[in-house]
Design a protein. Structure first.
Ligand code: RIB
Length: 309
């Protein structure tokens, strides 16, 4: 039962600020921290800490000191990094400001994440043994296409279309092969070319086997065939929402893998259950600073569910 994540890994450089500065404005930060990030790597950590599945990460780091640190952190979590390439130049870096309301702004400088437009041989081997392939869009879209083509027949492809902009021009081509599309409201509207969420859900759910729209504090909407299920969120006192969506996606993918079921056999109840676990894990993650640092272990998530239900 292997979850394979193909995606980005970044060194996050995080400044806490009282408020996010506007254009042309300077504000003074209150602290500066460096920690593991990148949507792909965050999702890998979340899938691994969820338990119940082997997890492999496919991506690239640079030859700088950050690359070694990022690789060691993933290994330390028990993630298979045989598909993590090293390329000349800097690793990906994300400059993040987090304010007192737990909101953030993020600038990603892709570095090594943008250096490999196609999967290398060692990476292809890893993807070929996936039960659940989980991808996002902070790496070249050609990597996502390679991985989608290589995954075993009948296995899952879960695409978290974040950031959504690179996907808009490729959506026509890629959407029909995706089993589960996970997007937030903004991403749903951008990809569908719709002005409102309802129209976006109608357009997108007709194009994929299953659609999950994350709605922040309002939970998530799972649509499979004609069936819609609203999955409530868990209450949380947020200090930092960075990576909360990644935690949701990683845990969601791990739960699919642990179920032992395949897309052909999937129903709304299975996906809603996976989304509920993802919601619980992301609710814990927002109560802590950082991206990978904030991802909870399985026992913590189980405890929250017991206490809340
Ligand atoms: O989704 C959060 C992540 O976005 C951060 O960890 C940052 O690295 C960027 O990739």
């Amino acid at each position: 039962m292997t979850v394979v994540i193909v995606g980005s890994v970044n060194q996050d450089v995080v400044a806490r600020v009282d408020r996010i500065p506007g254009p042309g404005e300077t504000v003074l930060g209150t602290s500066l921290t460096r920690s593991g990030g990148g949507k792909g790597a965050n999702q890998a950590v979340a899938a691994r800490r969820a338990g119940g599945a082997e997890v492999a990460f496919v991506g690239a780091v640079g030859t700088d000191a950050d690359g070694a640190v990022l690789r060691a952190a993933l290994e330390g979590d028990g993630i298979d990094v045989s598909g993590l390439a090293e390329v000349d130049g800097p690793s990906g870096t994300a400059l993040i400001a987090v304010d007192d309301d737990a909101e953030n702004t993020i600038v990603v400088v892709p570095g090594a994440n943008a250096a490999l437009p196609r999967l290398a041989e060692a990476q292809r081997t890893v993807v070929a043994r996936s039960l659940v392939l989980l991808t996002q869009l902070e790496v070249p879209i050609s990597l996502v296409e390679d991985a989608a083509a290589l995954r075993p027949t009948g296995s899952w492809h879960v695409l978290n279309a974040a950031p959504s902009s690179p996907f808009v021009s490729a959506a026509e081509r890629l959407l029909p092969g995706i089993d589960v599309l996970i997007v937030n409201e903004h991403e749903a509207r951008e990809i569908a070319g719709a002005d409102d969420l309802e129209s976006a859900v109608t357009v997108l759910s007709a194009r994929v086997r299953a659609l999950v729209v994350t709605l922040g504090e309002r939970g998530s909407l799972v649509v499979v065939g004609g069936e819609r299920v609203h999955v409530p969120a868990f209450a949380a006192r947020a200090v930092d929402t960075t990576g909360a969506g990644d935690t949701f996606c990683g845990v969601f993918a791990a739960r699919l893998a642990a179920s032992g079921r395949l897309p052909a056999d999937a129903d709304a109840a299975l996906l809603a259950d996976a989304a509920r676990w993802g919601a619980a894990a992301s609710a814990i993650s927002v109560t802590r600073p950082g991206a990978q640092d904030a991802v909870p272990q399985a026992a913590e998530v189980a405890r929250l569910r017991e206490e809340s239900e």
